[in-house]
Design a protein around this ligand. Structure first.
Ligand SMILES: [Zn+2]
Length: 155
């Protein structure tokens, strides 16, 4: 099924399957397409910018998996973080060990914590204003973590 999606002026389109996530398609010129996964329901969509004011979105039938990544800081006392994220589709052919090693590199070396703390613009440890490696990867579990204080509330 192909969905016709109106663009708002940003330009964004809403995921036609869950209506809870908006894709920014400002990078697509008319006639261009891209494969994107919804950050709410995980479904992959083939999105085509059809006109200045509309796009089409067709589900591919593929879906990325919700995961919870647990990280612990190298501080005293240690700070534990639970990050709700996604196992990307391109990692589906990796074994759990390979995926863990890939994520270990990502969280322990490649990325700054501000990349998964979306509203934090800068984090500093002493004079280090780009503290890669501040957290160690502890575990990866399927599903998204829910704060026990919020259990019972609707997602
Ligand atoms: Zn969705």
């Amino acid at each position: 099924m192909i969905y016709n999606c109106p663009l708002d002026e940003n330009p964004h389109i809403k995921c036609p399957l869950c209506l809870r996530y908006s894709f920014n398609i400002g990078n697509l010129k008319i006639g261009q397409w891209s494969l994107r996964c919804c950050e709410s329901c995980g479904q992959q969509l083939h999105i085509v910018r059809s006109t200045r004011s509309s796009a089409t979105a067709e589900p591919t039938g593929k879906k990325q998996t919700k995961i919870t990544v647990t990280l612990v800081s190298d501080t005293v006392p240690p700070i534990e973080m639970k990050v709700n994220t996604w196992r990307p589709l391109h990692s589906d052919n990796r074994s759990p060990e390979e995926f863990f090693q890939n994520q270990k590199f990502y969280y322990e070396e490649y990325t700054c914590p501000t990349n998964w703390l979306y509203e934090v613009e800068q984090m500093s440890v002493g004079n280090d204003h780009d503290p890669h490696g501040l957290f160690r990867l502890v575990s990866i579990e399927e599903g998204h973590f829910k704060d026990p204080c919020l259990l019972g509330e609707e997602e």
